[in-house]
Design a protein around this ligand. Structure first.
Ligand SMILES: Nc1ncnc2c1ncn2[C@@H]1O[C@H](COP(=O)(O)OP(=O)(O)OP(=O)(O)O)[C@@H](O)[C@H]1O
Ligand SMILES: [Mg+2]
Length: 261
C-alpha cells in the first residue's frame, strides 16, 4: 500500500483530496501528467508551482472533472469521484477558478454569484441570496454587486473569478493563477483574501507563477516539472531543494565537495 492509500484508508478522517497514480495525455500525445499522487488534509493551503506547460492546469482539470485521467484515481473525502462529471464534483464541494476568467460578462457581479449558489451549491432561492451577500462581503464586492462583470477592471475580474468559485460553497477550492497580471500590491491583497477563505475552513490548492506570493501564503508546496512532482513539503524547504533551485530559479545546485581537482 502506498503513502496516499495509507493516508486515505488508515486515517480517522480521510484527506479532503487524494490523487493516486494519475496519468494523462491529450489525444494519444506525450504524457502531460505521469504518476502524480499526493494527499491534501482538511484545512490545508497548498501552493502548486512549475514552469509553463508542466501540467498544473491539467491537474486541476483532472481533479475537478473537466478531464478524465488515462489512469489513476481522484478521491474527495475518501470517496472515489474519478468517474463523476465536473457538475457532480461541484455538488460534492469541489470548486475551481479558470486561468482565463469565465464569468458571465453581461450579468452583474451579484447574478454571477447567484448562479453558483443556486446550481452548484444547490441552495434554495432565499438561502442562496443570503449566502451570496456573505461572499460579496468576503471578497470585497459589497459596493460593486450591481456592476456588470464585463465592465470590471482586471483586479476585480480576478476577484470575481474567486468569488464565483466561492459561491459554489466548496470544501475544496482550486485557484488557477488568480494573481496573474496583477501588481505586487494587488497580488498580496488577493492573497490576504485567499488566506481569510482558508481560515474560514475551506481547503485551498493554489497554482501561481508569483512564487513569493505563494510561498508567503501557502503552508505547503508542490513543484511540478514535465508532469511529475519534483518536490513537495514546507515552502521554504521545498524551494531550497537542489532540483527546484536549478529548474525554477535557474540556479546551479550547490556543489558538494571541493571545486578544484
Ligand atoms: N486541450 C489540450 N490539448 C492538447 N494539449 C494540451 C491541452 N491543454 C494543455 N495541453 C498541453 O499539455 C501540457 C500541459 O499544459 P497545462 O496547461 O496543464 O500546463 P500549465 O502548467 O498549466 O502551464 P501554464 O503555466 O502555462 O498555465 C502543455 O504541453 C500543453 O501544451
Ligand atoms: Mg496553466
Amino acid at each position: 500500500m502506498n503513502l496516499v492509500q495509507e493516508q486515505t484508508v488508515g486515517a480517522v478522517q480521510p484527506p479532503v483530496l487524494a490523487v493516486v497514480g494519475i496519468e494523462k495525455s491529450y489525444g494519444g500525445g506525450p504524457r502531460v501528467l505521469s504518476g502524480v499522487e499526493f494527499a491534501v488534509p482538511k484545512g490545508e493551503l497548498l501552493g502548486v508551482i512549475g514552469p509553463n506547460g508542466s501540467g498544473k492546469t491539467t491537474l486541476f482539470g483532472v481533479v475537478s472533472g473537466q478531464l478524465r485521467p488515462d489512469a489513476g484515481s481522484v478521491l474527495v473525502d475518501g470517496e472515489d469521484v474519478t468517474r463523476l462529471s465536473a457538475a457532480q464534483r461541484a455538488c460534492k464541494g469541489v470548486g475551481r477558478t479558470f486561468q482565463v476568467p469565465q464569468s458571465f460578462q453581461r450579468m452583474s457581479v451579484y447574478e454571477n454569484l447567484l448562479v453558483g449558489a443556486r446550481f452548484a451549491a444547490g441552495l434554495g432561492a432565499r438561502a442562496a441570496e443570503q449566502y451570496v451577500l456573505q461572499v460579496l462581503k468576503q471578497t470585497g464586492f459589497a459596493n460593486k454587486a450591481d456592476m456588470l462583470a464585463g465592465n470590471l477592471p482586471l483586479l476585480d475580474r480576478k476577484r470575481l473569478e474567486l468569488a464565483r468559485a466561492l459561491a459554489t460553497r466548496p470544501k475544496l477550492l482550486l485557484l488557477d493563477e488568480i494573481a496573474g497580471g496583477l501588481t505586487d500590491d494587488e497580488a498580496h491583497e488577493i492573497a490576504a483574501t485567499v488566506a481569510e477563505i482558508n481560515k474560514s475552513g475551506v481547503t485551498v490548492i493554489w497554482i501561481e507563477h508569483l512564487v513569493h506570493v505563494l510561498t508567503s501564503t501557502a503552508r505547503s508546496l508542490i513543484v511540478l516539472g514535465e508532469g511529475r512532482i519534483l518536490a513537495q513539503g514546507e515552502p521554504g524547504q521545498t524551494m531550497a531543494t537542489p532540483t527546484v533551485r536549478q529548474l525554477y530559479l535557474g540556479m546551479e545546485p550547490e556543489i558538494d565537495g571541493p571545486l578544484c581537482p
